[in-house]
Design a protein around this ligand. Structure first.
Ligand code: FMN
Length: 260
């Protein structure tokens, strides 16, 4: 990597307050998938271009938003992937704050990208994709084997519950059984945590639907898959859960697009 690129990355890190966390994340992904070593630095962390375009007025994007399940197998260029991820979970302010809200600013949703060229993880602080594995597991995000062309991109939203713990929530959970209030019971807090994290994913899904509409892409949110099977393929930890997937791609132009 060039000195200029290294300095730029460092500056980006300092601005977004993530310091050396990227090295920890790389090591973590390496432990889970075990084959990062086969790739060079630039390939492991694939920087995406700055988001741009998507100039459609919001009113028009809202008019255009719909679920479309028919895709061309043409891969999406990095610019469009960057725009989609900016919509889902891009940094738009100081302090690493995002385009979509999260309860208590937990930022607990990780986004994995399933593509023909492998599994990747979105790293918002670097505006980059971290390579995880070479396997094409797009098919695993469906209950039945799809008879149609697979979309070039499956976004997979994973809730990392370990990030929903903080001094405040831990304190409330410790005190709850002592004050015996139903509002603060362990079950109520668990339910609140699940409800909030699912809403956080929902906000991302709608944001991506609008971005897809603004770029003329087909898009559909999906929960119809085995979360357990997909979690195993992504080597998730026990406190991580797959919540939803979202397929995105160019619309199919002709019947030939459906030939796998
Ligand atoms: C949480 C959620 C889960 C969904 N799961 C699926 C799914 O598994 N498969 C699918 O084809 N569509 C799925 N959809 C898309 C809905 O079927 C679609 O939004 C609905 O039919 C309304 O159509 P519209 O999005 O075009 O307005 C899901 C949508 C949401 C919000």
């Amino acid at each position: 990597m060039s000195i200029r690129k290294t300095l730029n990355n460092k500056l980006h890190d300092i601005k977004n307050g993530i310091g050396d966390q990227i090295e920890e994340l790389k090591a973590e992904i390496d432990r889970r998938f075990g084959n990062l070593g086969r790739r060079s630095g630039d390939e492991i962390l694939r920087a995406l271009p700055e988001p741009s375009g998507m100039t459609m007025p919001l009113m028009e994007a809202l008019q255009e938003r719909e679920s479309e399940r028919s895709f061309s197998n043409e891969p999406l260029p990095d610019q469009l992937v960057s725009n989609l991820l900016f919509a889902a979970d891009g940094i738009n302010r100081k302090g690493g704050k995002r385009t979509t809200p999260t309860a208590l600013n937990w930022r607990e949703t990780d986004i994995y990208l399933l593509k023909a060229n492998g599994i990747w993880r979105w790293v918002p602080e670097r505006r980059a994709l971290l390579f995880c594995a070479l396997h094409d597991i797009r098919e695993e995000s469906y209950i039945l084997n799809s008879q149609f062309t697979l979309p070039p991109l499956e976004l997979v939203y994973v809730t990392n519950y370990s990030r929903t713990r903080s001094l405040i929530t831990d304190a409330v959970e410790t005190i709850a059984p002592k004050i015996r209030s139903a509002a603060f019971s362990e079950a109520a807090i668990r339910e609140l945590r699940i409800r909030s994290t699912n809403i956080d994913v929902g906000a991302k899904i709608q944001s991506v639907y609008l971005a897809a509409a603004a770029m003329g892409l087909s898009c559909v949110a999906r929960t119809g898959f085995s979360a357990e099977k997909l979690a195993a393929k992504l080597h998730l930890k026990p406190d991580e859960e797959v919540v939803a997937a979202q397929s995105v791609g160019y619309p199919a132009k002709s019947i030939l697009d459906h030939i796998k």
